[in-house]
Ligand binder design. Structure first.
Ligand SMILES: C[S@@+](CC[C@H](N)C(=O)[O-])C[C@H]1O[C@@H](n2cnc3c(N)ncnc32)[C@H](O)[C@@H]1O
Length: 387
């Protein structure tokens, strides 16, 4: 760590960081605002292992802990300095610094011991993840940790060159910086877009931390391609900065493992626009390349799911027996549409159970109990997959 400090900090920063002086912006517990006698002593800006990089004329800094999740990993955060008096959100860097200062975090590896996937070339999509053994439905087969996390607003709040500098510092300070820089790039003009910016845009997902929207790069998850009917789903935990990946359904050996980059219920034109504008690629997944009639049927089901879903909520809030019966009928339609869109809804079991309860409330006890039972069996199957 000290070597890294010498190599990067002395050359690029004045010894006294003027962006971090005591005053109205000072926060008593803010680790970046060191006041110790020796500003080169790493312990004076703990829990960061590098002196925070805070360029002039911006409120943003880079905070790095090179030890997060063990040797060869680390985490860098691009976030604001201590909040201004009128700030309505707290920078995530506060909660992350608390996390790093607390008891060591145990890496929660997936429960299965044998490796379940590897990175392989996928025609037309660069690289991707492929199952090396059968992954059972419901199994948590990967837990990845964030390597770079940046306030979603920072690109619009700093000058372009400054943004690139912040990103470069954030990535280069990481022990796994080289690995991060070897991830895919999607810019149509790679000569003129620095790798740090291109890699971050191509591989980061939007996550919520302390009510704020952040861009987060998970180096292993970054290798997973998108599919409109994915085989896996991710779940981000903002307390541990981990992202668990669970199989939606059984995934067979040599099958590609995919996740969805877009919200589930979008019809295909909206998905294409989102993937092109936000992610910069044209989707060639199995659904997008299927015959137009199949794509149209899928769009119809997805539209039904979102349209009727809203109506069901309204009917249930009315609460009278006739409204509840109509809600149950509609919900059953939603459930059937979702079943035909395999991989669209994560836990059908929960929906079966809700449908059962709706039928019971509408006075159709037997029908309701049947759905509740089916829901519980389904949920049990999902939980066992992860056991
Ligand atoms: C987060 S990366 C996924 C891993 C990447 N393929 C790699 O080689 O590391 C996103 C990039 O993968 C490619 N990609 C992902 N899903 C795709 C899909 N459904 N169709 C075509 N390209 C896809 C695009 O080039 C996209 O910019």
């Amino acid at each position: 760590t000290n070597e890294t400090l010498r190599a990067t900090d002395r050359t690029q920063q004045p010894l006294l960081n003027t962006d971090c002086l005591p005053g109205p912006f000072q926060h008593a517990n803010f680790p970046a605002c060191f006041t110790g006698p020796n500003p080169d002593d790493a312990s004076s800006f703990a829990p960061w292992t590098h002196r925070p990089y805070c360029p002039p004329n911006t409120t943003y800094c880079v905070f790095t802990n090179a030890d997060f999740q063990g040797p060869g990993r680390g985490v860098s955060i691009i976030d604001e300095q201590p909040p201004k008096a009128n700030a309505n959100t707290t920078p995530a860097v506060f909660s992350i610094s608390r996390l790093l200062s607390s008891a060591p975090i145990h890496t929660q590896g997936p429960k299965h011991s044998s490796p379940s996937y590897e990175v392989r070339d996928i025609p037309g999509k660069g690289k991707g993840l492929v199952a090396t053994r059968k992954i059972r439905r419901g199994e948590v087969f990967m837990v990845d940790y964030v390597a770079v996390v940046a306030d979603g607003r920072f690109p619009t709040r700093v000058r372009r060159a400054q943004g690139r500098r912040l990103l470069a510092e954030a990535i280069e300070r990481l022990p796994m910086g080289k690995e991060v820089l070897s991830l895919a790039r999607s810019s149509s003009d790679p000569e003129n877009v620095p790798a740090v910016e291109d890699v971050m845009k191509t591989n980061s997902f939007s996550v919520e931390i302390d009510g704020g929207e952040y861009m987060a790069l998970f180096p292993r998850i970054a290798r997973m391609n998108h599919a409109c009917k994915p085989s896996a789903l991710t779940h981000f935990n903002s307390t541990t900065l981990s992202n668990t990946v669970t199989a939606f359904r059984d995934i067979l050996p040599n099958e590609e493992i995919t996740i969805s980059y877009t919200p589930f219920n979008l019809p295909s034109p909206a998905r294409h626009t989102a993937l092109l504008q936000k992610w910069g690629f044209t989707c060639t997944c199995a659904l997008c390349t299927s015959p137009p009639s199949l794509l149209a049927a899928s769009d119809k089901r997805r539209t039904t799911i979102s349209r009727l879903g809203d109506k069901v909520v309204k009917l249930v809030s009315k609460g009278n027996p006739e409204a509840l019966r109509r809600a149950a009928e509609m919900y059953e339609e939603v459930v059937h549409a979702a079943e035909r869109e395999e991989g669209l809804v994560p836990h059908m079991g929960g929906h079966y159970e809700v449908l059962g309860r709706l039928w019971i409330a509408a006075g159709e006890g037997e029908r309701g109990v049947g759905w509740v039972r089916r829901g519980r069996e389904e949920e049990r199957g999902f939980e066992e997959g992860g056991a």
